[in-house]
Design a protein around this ligand. Structure first.
Ligand code: GRF
Length: 200
């Protein structure tokens, strides 16, 4: 069994989708949900799925230095960020090189970087005049929204789109593709094969 740890600071709808998808999965299981905010709904969702949680306040305590060791001890194979808003420290990147992925609701490298998330990000996309947007799944390095791209899926922006309608469309794509990309990463020995591959 391959083990994933989900990191989430947010509402946790992607985290819940992943926990649902991998419940009773033949070769992948969600072993732990980590949150850097005690108020994150992802913790509540994990409890409902019976997934163990580890939480801390990144604002008050910073990132726990022992967390990479704890993840190693549990035998985590892949760290999956799902609405995790803090920059991961170098100790995590070094402990899990090319073994941390993130999902982002834009076509990177457009609209990425510090603070590019939530309504602010979607509003920026709508105001940009771009006629298409989409989602990106990428490996995580020491910069925000920067590592090697694994998968992208584009969609049109309608002139009638609002932040809410765009959010909804991005979520549908995220729910559809994130679990499948996690599976594909485990299924492939050559992760490079999935760069910008929309066939998944
Ligand atoms: C998602 O849009 C994800 O792409 C981004 O943060 C959002 C989290 O949403 N990284 P949710 O909490 O999973 O609903």
């Amino acid at each position: 069994m391959k083990k994933i740890a989900i990191f989430s600071s947010s509402e946790g709808s992607n985290a819940a989708n992943l926990m649902h998808y991998f419940k009773n999965h033949p070769f992948i299981g969600v072993d732990l949900l980590v949150s850097d905010r005690f108020s994150s709904q992802s913790l509540v969702k994990a409890a409902a799925f019976g997934v163990p949680t580890f939480s801390f306040s990144v604002a008050k305590e910073g990132f726990p230095a022992h967390l990479p060791f704890l993840l190693k001890e549990r035998g985590i194979d892949l760290v999956v960020l799902a609405g995790y808003f803090s920059l991961l420290p170098i100790c995590m990147i070094e402990a899990f090189p090319q073994k941390i992925i993130n999902i982002h609701p834009s076509l990177l490298p457009h609209f990425g970087g510090k603070g590019c998330y939530g309504s602010k990000l979607l509003d920026k996309i709508l105001r940009s005049g771009h006629t298409s947007t989409g989602i990106t799944i990428h490996f995580v390095d020491e910069e925000y929204d920067h590592g090697q791209i694994v998968f992208q899926k584009a969609c049109e922006i309608d002139h009638a789109d609002t932040v809410e309608s765009l959010r909804e469309r991005m979520k549908i794509l995220e729910y559809q593709y994130y679990p499948k990309v996690v599976e594909a990463i485990f299924a492939s020995a050559q992760q490079e094969k999935f760069v910008k591959d929309e066939r998944i």
